[in-house]
Design a protein. Structure first.
Ligand code: NAD
Length: 376
C-alpha cells in the first residue's frame, strides 16, 4: 500500500467538502495510489468546521490556519477560501513547506498571483498546483488524444465555455462571489475562467490578443436582511482571442464564462474545429463526444459514447456514466500522483498556466474598459 499523503484542509465550505468526500472514496480507484488522508481541517466558521467532524480521518480542528500550518503531521494542504485570501494563505502554506493544491483563480488578480509566485521561488521544493476538474471527463480526454495525435489537422476555431443559470433567480441573496472585495475585478472570469483555460493552455493553444464583452446584468441583489445591496461583479464574459498553437496555426479562440445563461446548470462545453476533424463535448451529454466523419465532400456529426474510460482506472464498469464527482476524484488522483512522481498523463493546472490566466484576464479587463483589442 502506498504511503498516504496527509492533508490539511483550509476552507470547509462547498469545495472543502467535495475533497473530503473524494478522499473517502479512494477505494473507487483500482490502482495503488497514495490516498489523501485529511488529518486536519480549518475554518473560521464553526458550523462549516463542524461538518468535518463527520470525516473519520480528521483529528485536528482549527479556526486559525497558522496554527494548522505548524502541525508537523501535515504534508499537503487543499485550500478553498474566498479569492481575496488566496495570496496571503497560499503564500503562508508554501512558506510553511506544505505542498499546495489551491483553488482557482489562484490569487484574486495578477498582483496577488505574483505574491504567491514569490513564495514559490523561495520554496522550490514545495509542489504547487491549482484545481480544474472538467478535463478529466473521459470524453474530454478523447479530445486531448485526438489533438495530440494531430487528428484535427489545421485548426479553424476553438471555443471553451462554462455557463450557469443560478443567478437568473433575481431574489438569490448576494454572497462573497458577487462582491469586488472578495472576488476582485475579474467577477465571473475569476470564478469560472480556469474551467475554460486548462484544456486549451495544456494543448499549447496560446492567446495572442483579446477583446472582451463583460456584463453586469443585475447590479443589486438582496443582502443578508433582504434589502437590496450593490452586486458589483461581472455576471457574464465573452472573450475573443487571436490564438496560435504549437503547429503554428492561427485561429479565433473564444472563451465564455456566464453566471446568467438561461437553462444551464454548470454546463461546460469544449469545441475544437479543424480541417480534418472537429469535436464537441458538453456536460449536458457527459458520456459522449461528438465528432465529424467525412463522407465524400460532406461532414457528418457522429456521437461516440466513451463511458468510464478514465485516466486512473476505477472499479465502475466501462458502460456506466461518468459525472462531476468522478471528475474531482480523477483530479485529486492526478494531484497526488504528480506529487509522488507517479505517472500523470494530464496534471492539474500549473502555476505557469495560472500566470498566463492572470495575464489573459487582466488584458480582458483592459480590453473591455477601453473597447479595444489588447495584445498579451
Ligand atoms: N473547482 C471548482 O469547480 C470550484 C467550484 C466552486 C468554487 N471553487 C473555488 O473554491 C474556493 C472556495 O469556494 P467555495 O465555493 O468552496 O466557497 P465557500 O464559501 O463554500 O467556502 C469557503 C470557506 O472558506 C472559509 N473561510 C473564509 N475565510 C477563512 C479563513 N481565513 N480561514 C479558514 N477558512 C476561511 C469560509 O468560512 C467557508 O467555509 C474559491 O477559490 C472558488 O473559486 C472551485
Amino acid at each position: 500500500m502506498s504511503e498516504p499523503v496527509r492533508f490539511g484542509v483550509i476552507g470547509c465550505g462547498l469545495m472543502g467538502r467535495e475533497f473530503a468526500s473524494a478522499s473517502l472514496r479512494w477505494l473507487h480507484l483500482q490502482g495503488d495510489l497514495p490516498r489523501p488522508v485529511i488529518v486536519a481541517a480549518c475554518d473560521t466558521s464553526a458550523d462549516n468546521l463542524a461538518w468535518f467532524r463527520r470525516v473519520p480521518d480528521t483529528r485536528y480542528f482549527y479556526d486559525d490556519y497558522r496554527q494548522m500550518l505548524a502541525n508537523p503531521e501535515i504534508d499537503a494542504v487543499y485550500c478553498a477560501v474566498p479569492h481575496h485570501l488566496h495570496a496571503q494563505i497560499y503564500g503562508d502554506i508554501i512558506r510553511a513547506g506544505k505542498h499546495l493544491l489551491g483553488e482557482k483563480p489562484f490569487g484574486m488578480n495578477a498582483e496577488d498571483f505574483a505574491r504567491i509566485e514569490a513564495a514559490m521561488r523561495e520554496h522550490p521544493e514545495v509542489f504547487v498546483r491549482c484545481t480544474s476538474e472538467f478535463p478529466y471527463y473521459p470524453a474530454v480526454q478523447q479530445m486531448v488524444q485526438w489533438y495530440r495525435e494531430g487528428a484535427f489537422g489545421q485548426i479553424i476555431e476553438a471555443r471553451f465555455a462554462i455557463r450557469h443559470s443560478s443567478d437568473m433567480d433575481l431574489n438569490k441573496p448576494i454572497n462573497w462571489k458577487r462582491t469586488k472585495a472578495a472576488n476582485g475585478e475579474y467577477g465571473c472570469m475569476g470564478d469560472l475562467g480556469i474551467h475554460t483555460q486548462h484544456l486549451p493552455f495544456r494543448l499549447g493553444i496560446r492567446p495572442l490578443t483579446v477583446s472582451a464583452q463583460l456584463a453586469n446584468l443585475v447590479p443589486f441583489r438582496p443582502g443578508p436582511d433582504g434589502t437590496p445591496v450593490p452586486c458589483e461583479t461581472w455576471d457574464n464574459a465573452i472573450l475573443l482571442c487571436a490564438a496560435r498553437n504549437d503547429a503554428g496555426d492561427r485561429f479565433p479562440l473564444q472563451m465564455e464564462m456566464k453566471r446568467m445563461a438561461p437553462g444551464c446548470t454548470n454546463t461546460v462545453e469544449y469545441e475544437i474545429y479543424g480541417l480534418n476533424l472537429s469535436a464537441r463535448f458538453t456536460t449536458d451529454d457527459p458520456n459522449a463526444i461528438r465528432y465529424t466523419q467525412t463522407v465524400g465532400r460532406e461532414q457528418a456529426w457522429a456521437r461516440l459514447v466513451v463511458g468510464q474510460k478514465t485516466l486512473y482506472p476505477v472499479i465502475t464498469g466501462g458502460i456506466f456514466e461518468f459525472g462531476f464527482s468522478d471528475s474531482l476524484l480523477q483530479m485529486f488522483a492526478a494531484f497526488v500522483s504528480e506529487l509522488r512522481g507517479l505517472p500523470c498523463p494530464f496534471g492539474c493546472f500549473t502555476p505557469d498556466e495560472a500566470r498566463l490566466s492572470h495575464r489573459l484576464l487582466t488584458a480582458a479587463l483592459q480590453a473591455h474598459e477601453q473597447s479595444r483589442v489588447v495584445s498579451l
